[in-house]
Design a protein. Structure first.
Length: 116
């Protein structure tokens, strides 16, 4: 039941929390966007449409232009789960994004966050 609710949640309803979390720690909206674009292949125009249309997380990830091939380098704990061990692809993608935003808020450099 919990997963279904997350999947049907509008990306736009969580997006402000990503921005707030980053800005509270001295990071920027632009850095959050860079992470989203790196992970999904979306661009600024796409992201604004997703927000305006209140696109849910399932569609957000299903229609992503391309998931970054380096997502497999994202490892560690997020929300009590080891991200690389999450079997459900959609939930794993959501947690990848959560993990990257978390790393941003913890002060990691963008090069490390983007696995360069």
């Amino acid at each position: 039941m919990e997963n279904t609710r997350i999947f049907t949640t509008a990306f736009a309803s969580v997006y402000p929390h990503y921005i707030q979390k980053a800005e509270k720690k001295g990071r920027t909206r632009e850095e959050v966007h860079e992470i989203i674009f790196w992970l999904t292949g979306y661009n600024e125009k796409d992201l604004q449409q997703i927000i305006d249309n209140r696109t849910d997380f399932k569609i957000f990830f299903d229609q992503a232009p391309h998931m970054n091939p380096n997502v497999s380098l994202i490892k560690g704990m997020i929300c009590g789960y080891r991200v690389e061990e999450i079997e459900d692809e959609l939930m794993r993608n959501i947690r990848y994004l959560d993990k990257l935003i978390d790393e941003l808020a913890k002060g990691k450099s963008m090069d490390k966050i983007l696995r360069k």
